[in-house]
Write a protein that binds this ligand. Structure first.
Ligand code: PMP
Length: 368
């Protein structure tokens, strides 16, 4: 007899659950996980090699536990791009923003506590909540995928969550949350209970609008989380970070594993931050391609949600999963996030996007 997960003495809340599972299929055009399609430029690959070679000489030692040089450079990047001064003391980094979120939930959530997100949104918020023993509350979104402020305020007042997630631009829908809404939700959260509000800005570099970092001023319970996986084109690096009041940075030290960020990771991220200007040029290209996808999908006759991210949500389909499969038959992998009637496509290179648009034109004929 084969032994399954549920035959093991796993925690009750893990029984019958499945792990995060965006398919990693070997197809010609992969537009399903919001990666940046452009490989790192050769000069940066060289610089990474140099920095990693230097780090390799010291691998007998543990890395800088506080990642001081890296956090200083991340703070400089934020200060330069968001028009709000952020220092080393405001920044914390971890292995992807997923780990940042996990550390935040370990610190401010946990057994007997709850977190809320406004769904559909980034599914890992709920999964990480479960993994940290935090109760999950699925807050509402309007039919147009915007956050209905009155309904969201009500959900916060009724549930009094310990952690509030606001993803802007939102994944998988693509739309940004207006700053006034974030401010109102912060106020509602503080009135209900002194809770922590996490603004997940994984895609903010692709936005038409500005970062919400300036809102940190005078709001010690606000946290902005960021990643190098999207705009920096470094999903394989696994580097996420947050900006917040220094007390929040001190608090997450209570749960972080010692030496969680390897010397190789720190060296690689520092090399990438030396080339911010070059990397952000790709962002401009991707924004243009994202806008082209929106235009062309609408011209074909699809409904498209406004996008401030590097991906586009399109529909509507009676059976989105059947359409997902048909697009895959054309060698193009998009994402079925389980939002009924909708699929999501990541902006790729112009050639990849052409292949996708050709596929959806044909598929549209097939479904009629
Ligand atoms: N937040 C959002 C909204 C995301 O879409 C993602 C990645 N898909 C992440 C966080 C996690 O990114 P990473 O762990 O690669 O930094």
């Amino acid at each position: 007899m084969t032994l399954g997960i549920d035959d093991l003495p796993v925690r009750d809340e893990l029984r019958g659950q499945s792990p995060y599972g965006a398919p990693q299929l070997d197809v010609p055009v992969r537009l399903n996980t919001n990666e940046n399609p452009y490989p790192l430029p050769e000069v940066l690959v060289e610089r990474i090699t140099e920095r990693v070679r230097a780090a390799a000489r010291d691998l007998n030692r543990y890395p800088d536990r506080d990642a001081v040089e890296l956090r200083t450079k991340l703070a400089e990047y934020l200060t330069d791009t968001a028009g709000h001064r952020v220092g080393l003391e405001n920044v914390w980094a971890a292995n992807g923003s997923n780990e940042v979120i996990q550390q935040l939930l370990q610190t401010f959530g946990g057994p007997g506590r709850t977190a809320i997100g406004f769904e559909p949104s980034y599914s890992m918020h709920a999964l990480i909540a479960r993994g940290t023993g935090t109760g999950w509350i699925s807050g509402p979104r309007g039919a147009d995928f915007t956050i209905d402020l009155a309904a969201a305020e009500r959900a916060i007042a009724e549930n009094r969550p310990d952690v509030v997630f606001i993803t802007t631009p939102n994944n998988p829908t693509g739309n940004a949350v207006p700053p006034e809404t974030v401010l109102a939700l912060y106020e509602a959260a503080q009135a209900a209970k002194p809770s922590v509000v996490v603004v997940d800005e994984a895609y903010v570099e692709f936005s038409h609008g500005a970062s919400l970092l300036p809102l940190l001023e005078g709001r010690p319970h606000l946290v902005v989380s960021r990643t190098m996986s999207k705009a920096f084109g470094a999903a394989g690096l696994r580097l996420g970070y947050l900006a917040a009041h220094p007390a929040v940075v001190d608090a997450v030290q209570l749960v972080r594993l010692p030496y969680h960020l390897s010397a190789v990771t720190q060296a690689t991220a520092l090399a990438a931050l030396e080339h911010t200007g070059t990397l952000l040029k790709y962002v401009e290209r991707l924004k243009e391609e994202r806008d082209r996808l929106v235009r062309e999908l609408r011209a074909i006759g699809y409904e498209v949600t406004e996008s401030d991210a590097n991906f586009v949500q399109f529909g509507r389909f009676e059976d989105a999963h059947a359409v997902w499969r048909k697009i895959l038959e054309h060698g193009v992998l998009v994402r079925d996030n389980g939002v009924p009637g909708w699929l999501r496509v990541t902006a790729g290179t112009p050639q990849e996007n052409d292949a996708f648009l050709d596929a959806v034109r044909e598929v549209q004929c097939l479904v009629g």
